[in-house]
Design a protein around this ligand. Structure first.
Ligand code: SF4
Ligand code: SF4
Length: 438
């Protein structure tokens, strides 16, 4: 794609990067076929190619984003299916991240929306606040069927519609908190490795059992696990809201905390059980590339970051029981398959450890979770969830496995089949409790 940035514009490293990305696009349109919003809405401006044009115009003309641009960028799930499909290697992720940051800086949303987004950005990365918010949400849950559903359709969802979506996502009950940062879990038997395990923020509140399962499997196979004390939310949630200052501050804090741990006690890897977080941590090197002091350390941390299934694949797990009567529908989270290009490892681990694993039709399409997307764009998110659940039902599973808490909550909202994390099944196969009973 031809671009017309001035030399002065190209002196800005972000614009230089955008220019490189835009020039790689040959506007072939292959990406439209796998873009969930284009598949649902059929509007070119809700396709990757259409959004690339909108972003190009906004950056090239250096003008504030229009309401039209914001509408179509907001509807993008950042699922990155387009990056998997693109034959030219267009880095849409870095382009849309830049567009979101520009919108956040230069576009004035209505007051109610600004306040709602600010509340999400403030509460979601803080587990204590999130827990309190979910308890309040639980109280409001019975009101959900009574609330009207205005705004369903092609426009921007109203505040009431979003509040309704938020309440509907609040769980009926919350488990007790998991272990706090600073805890170290000793390897059983001879120590074969030492890893940090990301504590996460939403997952820590909604399903601490996931990291407990990871700790069980790892320590059972000779790996010491540390929950690093000064670790923070990875920044993914605020990054996707365009709040880069917040996301970068979190990235810097985490790089410092993990490097101190690695220098003092050694770390073979930083393991992540929430693939949305893993995709962002693996991008810390890029996000902090202009930070003279931290560019190198951030790249080192990104190289250490691994999805839990990547690391477990290196361990030769020892199953203690076979579950060949259990059919698992494997839901491939977008952040895992498109963001991290991890497609086979989780399925191979499950098969090797005794489960019958089935691929889900249209597995490249997002379930609609996408960070805060199912709160901010609930109508598109619900349509995607219903489509995903219908596709999952076609393989008649006993359980659904996924590697991302956001997808798990989203899919569970549309089915009675238990939705569990891949690592919970691996824990079960190697001597842990059966998941999905709560
Ligand atoms: S597939 Fe790639 S090159 Fe083709 S239009 Fe989409 S982003 Fe551009
Ligand atoms: S990230 Fe997903 S929703 Fe956004 S343009 Fe790409 S395929 Fe479409």
């Amino acid at each position: 794609m031809k671009t017309e940035f001035s030399l002065a514009q190209l002196a800005d490293p972000d614009i230089a990067e955008a220019d490189k990305i835009l020039r790689a696009c040959v506007h072939c349109g292959f990406c439209t076929a796998t873009c969930p919003t284009y598949v649902l809405l059929g509007d070119e401006l809700d396709s990757p190619r259409g959004r690339i044009y909108l972003i190009k115009e906004m950056l090239e003309k250096n003008r504030p984003p229009t309401a039209e641009v914001v509408k179509h960028i907001d509807r993008c799930l950042s699922c990155l299916a387009c990056m998997t499909t693109c034959p030219s290697g267009v880095n849409y992720m870095h382009l849309v991240d830049q567009a979101r940051a520009r919108i956040e800086k230069d576009y004035r949303r209505p007051l109610s929306e600004r306040l709602f987004r600010a509340a999400l950005a403030w509460i979601l990365p803080r587990p204590g606040l999130l827990r309190a918010g979910m308890i309040l949400g639980r109280l409001g849950r019975p009101l959900v069927p009574l609330l009207p559903t205005p705004g369903v359709g092609s426009g921007t969802p109203t505040l009431l519609r979003r509040i309704k979506a938020l309440l509907a996502l609040s769980p009926a009950s919350l488990p007790p908190p998991g272990p706090a940062g600073g805890n170290v879990f000793a390897a059983k038997g001879e120590r074969r490795g030492r890893v940090a395990l990301l504590q996460g923020c939403a997952q820590q509140v909604l399903a601490p059992r996931i990291n407990q399962a990871a700790i069980n499997v790892l320590t059972r196979h000779g790996v010491e696990v540390v929950l690093v004390k000064d670790e923070q939310c990875c920044g993914a949630l605020t990054h996707h809201l365009g709040r880069d200052d917040d996301a970068l501050a979190r990235a810097r804090a985490n790089v410092g905390a993990w490097l101190r741990e690695a220098d003092r006690n050694g770390l073979d890897a930083i393991l992540v059980t929430t693939s949305g977080c893993g995709t962002v941590i693996k991008d810390y090197g890029y996000m902090l590339r202009e930070d003279r002091a931290l560019a190198g350390p951030a790249a080192k941390i990104s190289a250490l970051a691994k999805d839990i299934t990547e690391y477990l694949g290196t361990l030769s797990l020892q199953p203690t029981q076979q579950h060949s009567d259990i059919v698992i529908a494997y839901h491939s989270a977008c952040s895992l398959q498109h963001g991290q290009k991890i497609t086979q490892a989780p399925k191979e681990l499950l098969s090797k450890n005794g489960f019958v694993v089935k691929d889900v039709p249209e597995s490249h399409l997002c379930c609609g979770s996408a960070g805060t997307y199912n709160i901010l764009q609930p109508d598109i998110a619900n349509k995607l969830r219903d489509r995903k659940v219908a596709n999952i039902a076609m393989v008649k599973p006993d359980m659904i496995a996924a590697g991302n808490i956001g997808c798990m909550v989203q899919i569970a909202g549309g089915t009675s089949v238990p939705v569990v994390h891949t690592v919970e099944l691996l824990d079960w196969a190697t001597g842990g409790p059966r998941p999905g009973l709560d």
